[in-house]
Each structure stands twice: as C-alpha cells, then as structure tokens.
Write a protein that binds this ligand. Structure first.
Ligand code: SAM
Length: 300
C-alpha cells in the first residue's frame, strides 16, 4: 500500500497565480508526494511531473490511472533538457525544493536526526553519501561543506574534530555523528533549532548537490517557457532562496522593456518579497515554517 505523508505547501498561494478559466500545461519538477500536481490536475490542468524518487514514481503510477493528462519521468531536474519533452513549452513551472516528508521518514535515506540510520542522506540516488563526506573528505573539504552549506562559524574546529574521531573509528550512523557534534565543543548557531540542524543541512546539500542542481536547472528553464508563463519556486533555506532571488534579479525586465540580461527574454518579478505560509498553515504543518515562495512571469 502506498502511504503518502507529504502535505503540499502554499497550494492556495500557488493556485492564486493561475487564471481559473484557463487550462494550463504545467511542469512540476519536484513531484514528491504529488500534492501540488494533484491540485493542478483536480482543477483541470495538464501536468508533466518529474522526480528522482522511486516512491514518487509509485505514487505517480497510481495518479496516471485516473488522469490521462498526467505524465511522470524519473530524472534529476538539472537534466531537464535531456528529456523527450524538450520541444514542448509550459505555461507554469513549479519547483518545491528539497526532500518530501516521505523521504524524511525513510530509514534508508536517513535524513532525520531522530532516526538512527546508517549515514546516507542521499535522496536523489547519486553516489555521494554523508558516510563518504564524513569518513573520506579531506579537512579542507569538510570545512568547506560545513562553512558554505551549514554556515557553521567554527567549521575548522568541527572538521579537525571529525578527522580526529574518525581516525579512532569509522563514523557509521546518524546517532554516532550526533554524539560527535555534541562533543566537538563547537558553538552551533541557534538555540531555537536542534544543534545538529546546520551540520545535517550541510551534509544533505553536499550529498545531493542541491545548489548545483538548482543553478543548472535555472540556466535551462527559459527554453521550456511559453511567453507569459509562470516560474514558481519554493525554497527552504537561505542559500536556495538567494539563488532564486538573484536569478529573477539578473534576468528582470527593465522599465524601458529591455532585459537585464541583454537577451531577448526575462522575468517580471511577481513577488518583490517572498510569500511565506500563513500562521494557520504553519500550525497545521510545521515543515512549512521555513518555506519561501518566489514567482516570476516569463516575457519574451
Ligand atoms: C518538497 S518535495 C515536493 C513535494 C511536492 N510538491 C508535493 O506537494 O507533494 C521535493 C521533491 O523534489 C525531489 N527533488 C529534489 N531535488 C530534485 C532534483 N534535482 N531532481 C529531481 N527531483 C528532485 C525530491 O526527491 C522530493 O520528492
């Protein structure tokens, strides 16, 4: 039986950009549990969805039985141009970045610091795991990962401590790593979040190449957009949000109708400030609290 634990985020806010009278052709680049895709399908739109996740594929196979205007492809969105749909253009493209609640609960993936999994954290089927980063990376690389992706101030101290500990014995599980983080003497940033949050975020971003995937995708996405199409991106950490913000900024349409990028296309920024979930949504779904939605309208 397929159990879907993922609750879609800011669905109403996303649907508010769509004219109810129009039937759109939508590309959902992060299908996950299919929450957003289902909202689009139920309101009569056609959806092409992608995700690298096997469980997402099973959910998609079920949806296909009820909606003939739905298709699914298992690929990394950074490779979107290699897909057979490449000549097709869409009127709405959505990315809801990161991992789904189904993946968070998956013992094999091991994203949670509440479950004692083997160190992995790779939810996109790539070959970098948290085990490899923690046990094999050089001091400089460990420092880079913790500093750049975890924004940990004492990343040098943490890298040195991990190298010391792994020379005593391999670090194999999430709980072993948490113990090491706890004993490292590093001052983790916030009292409000679990002390392992920044380190786990750093490892997850590195293992899945999250930022590279997003940057590569953004270099290609304009080829897939119809004139006046929408690009909606939900991000969950400041590093991703900054990339999306800068993308819309560097490709914006200027007052004299020329484009910032000197090309023949650009974006009207529809969210000068990112949209965030309402308090009632946050109360119902804690995972939504760090979400930020930015939307641009493609003009060419
Ligand atoms: C936050 S969930 C999306 C949830 C979905 N919008 C819903 O409402 O059910 C993110 C999904 O994107 C997928 N994903 C993240 N990065 C990806 C990438 N580079 N290529 C393909 N899928 C990716 C993950 O596997 C995960 O299933």
């Amino acid at each position: 039986m397929i159990i879907n634990q993922h609750i879609p985020i800011m669905s109403n806010e996303i649907l508010s950009f769509i004219d109810k009278e129009k039937k759109l052709s939508i590309l959902d680049c992060t299908f996950g549990g299919g929450g957003h895709s289902m909202k689009f399908l139920e309101t009569g739109h056609s959806v092409t969805a992608i995700d690298m996740d096997d469980y997402s594929q099973s959910i998609a196979n079920k949806i296909k039985q009820d909606f003939p205007n739905f298709s699914f492809y298992k690929i990394n969105f950074k490779d979107i141009d290699t897909l057979q749909i490449k000549l097709k253009k869409f009127s709405f493209i959505i990315l809801d970045l990161g991992y789904s609640s189904n993946q968070l609960e998956d013992n094999e993936i091991g994203l949670s610091f509440k479950i004692n999994s083997n160190l992995n954290m790779n939810y996109l089927g790539g070959n970098i795991t948290a085990y490899k980063i923690i046990n094999k990376y050089s001091k400089d690389d460990l420092e880079r990962v913790f500093h750049t992706y975890g924004e940990i101030n004492q990343s040098t101290k943490l890298a040195k401590y991990i190298i010391e500990q792994r020379s005593i014995r391999e670090i194999k599980t999430n709980f072993e790593l948490i113990e090491i983080l706890k004993n490292s003497g590093v001052n983790f940033r916030s009292k409000k979040i679990h002390f392992a949050t920044q380190a786990f975020q750093a490892l997850r971003i590195e293992a899945n190449k999250e930022l590279e995937n997003l940057l590569t995708f953004l270099k290609k996405v304009h080829n897939l957009m119809e004139n006046k199409a929408f690009l909606a991106v939900i991000s969950f950490h400041s590093l991703e949000d900054r990339i999306v913000k800068n993308y819309f900024k560097s490709n914006k349409i200027k007052k004299n109708n020329s484009f910032q990028n000197s090309k023949n296309w650009g974006f009207e920024n529809l969210t000068k400030k990112p949209i965030t979930p309402s308090n009632s949504e946050i109360n119902k779904n804690k995972r939504s609290r760090s979400a930020k939605l930015r939307v641009g309208r493609f003009i060419n």
